[in-house]
Design a protein around this ligand. Structure first.
Ligand code: LCS
Length: 396
């Protein structure tokens, strides 16, 4: 058991998976920028490949810097182990590849990040995988969609971009009853505010590109499993498929995570203020933020999350035309996709992150053409509000 196993999130974010370098005493984890590792002898190499002796062989099959990151995120999630990947989509595709075969069926949140759905609809379907994209925030929809060939329940909560919330513990009970695996995309909340494995999930996936790295300068992903059996199963597929992260990128994410709890607390505090500002603004017709009492699943959010996150979606009077004027009008927030960075970002899901999902499927999933998504950063809330305020003035 690691020395930080029983520690709190601030300690884990700084120390989990990381120890003083035994060679030179470096306090920061060294970047082992190597593709391969020399063996002590032919026998040593053979023993390492046979699994008889522990040790690194080749970076696609494990690297000390990458392993430090994997342990850190696995501990933050209170899971068994982690597998770091080159992107969030590499993590998700690897998990799909592990559990889905020709003739299997997946039940998933309709309003997931576009490519998480598109890769099933366009690629996995070519190999005979069937799918049902539904509103998982209504549990009765899940029960109705599960079939004899269903192998996976995949949920994203809060969902991107609708911020609809799905009851993780209830999904775990349904998955257990049907003997299927429950996978939760925890990108929007991150482990400081939501730990799906503690609520019964089998596997957690992350786009580390977002709040965990937090500085909009790396693309990376992570898979965390609840036990050793699932870890081994996914690890084999991951090492064969090869969506491995580069050690240098892994180190950057590890550094970003050190301030994760501080950043997500500040951005969530900002987001609450901004959501309230938007709600009271005459040019805004609707605001979705899990921390608002008006959010349809506010009570569930309070139950399964310990914070409400940094993502807000809203619509303005005048639909998409006015929405575009707001996106073009903001000066502080960058008009860019991605989220969870230290800086605020604004974007339009229907024409950007979810453009690959058909208009009908978008509408069924609640992703209207007028929806604007705001990723709240760690700037002063008053500055963000002033910036949004001047942009909204233009459409009044
Ligand atoms: N899961 C969620 C919930 C995401 O939001 C994203 C990316 C991914 C997975 C995929 O991660 P990646 O491969 O990009 O590291 N979401 C994006 C978004 O909303 N805007 O740009 C990317």
């Amino acid at each position: 058991m690691s020395k930080t196993h029983a520690c709190g999130k601030y300690t884990k974010a700084i120390h989990a998976g990381q120890s003083i370098d035994p060679l030179y005493g470096a306090v920061s984890v060294p970047i082992y920028q190597t593709s391969t590792f020399a063996f002590l002898s032919a026998e040593d190499g053979a023993a390492k490949f046979a699994g008889e002796v522990k040790g690194y062989k080749y970076t696609r099959l494990g690297n000390p810097t990458v392993n430090a990151l994997e342990q850190c995120v696995a501990e933050l999630e209170n899971g068994h182990g982690g597998l770091a990947t080159a992107s969030g989509m590499a993590a998700i595709s690897t998990v799909y590849m592990t559990f889905l075969s020709a003739g299997s069926h997946i039940v998933s949140t309709g309003s997931v990040y576009g490519p998480s759905r598109i890769v099933i609809e366009k690629q996995f379907s070519r190999f005979g995988v069937e799918y049902s994209y539904i509103d998982t925030s209504d549990l009765s929809n899940i029960e109705k969609s599960i079939k004899s060939n269903t192998k996976m329940l995949y949920i994203e909560t809060p969902a991107n971009p609708t911020l609809a919330i799905t009851d993780i513990a209830a999904c775990a009970a349904i998955a257990k009853k049907h003997g299927i695996v429950l996978v939760v995309d925890n990108t929007f909340m991150g482990p400081c505010f939501q730990r799906p494995i503690e609520l019964g999930a089998d596997v957690v996936v992350h786009s580390l590109t977002k709040s965990l790295n937090g500085h909009s300068d790396v693309v990376a992903g992570m898979i965390v499993t609840k036990n050793a059996e699932l870890y081994k199963k996914i690890q084999a597929v991951h090492y064969q498929m090869g969506g491995t992260i580069d050690p240098n990128q892994a180190w950057l994410v590890l550094r970003g995570i050190k301030t994760l709890p501080l950043r997500v607390e500040k951005s969530a505090q900002n987001a609450m203020e901004i959501a309230e500002f938007l709600k009271s603004h005459p040019a805004v017709t609707s605001v979705a933020y899990p921390g608002l009492k008006s959010h349809p699943q506010h009570e569930l959010a309070k139950k399964q999350m310990s914070g409400f996150g940094s993502m807000i979606t809203f619509e303005v009077k005048g639909g998409i035309k006015a929405g575009k004027a707001v996106m073009n009008g903001v000066k502080l927030a960058a008009l860019a996709v991605s989220l969870g960075g230290i800086e605020s970002l604004i974007q339009h899901p229907a024409s950007m992150t979810h453009a690959g999902v058909s208009k009908k499927d978008r509408e069924d999933a609640g992703i209207t053409d007028g929806l604007i998504r705001y990723s709240v950063g760690c700037e002063d809330a008053s500055d963000i509000i002033a910036d949004l305020g001047q942009a909204l003035e233009k459409i009044k």
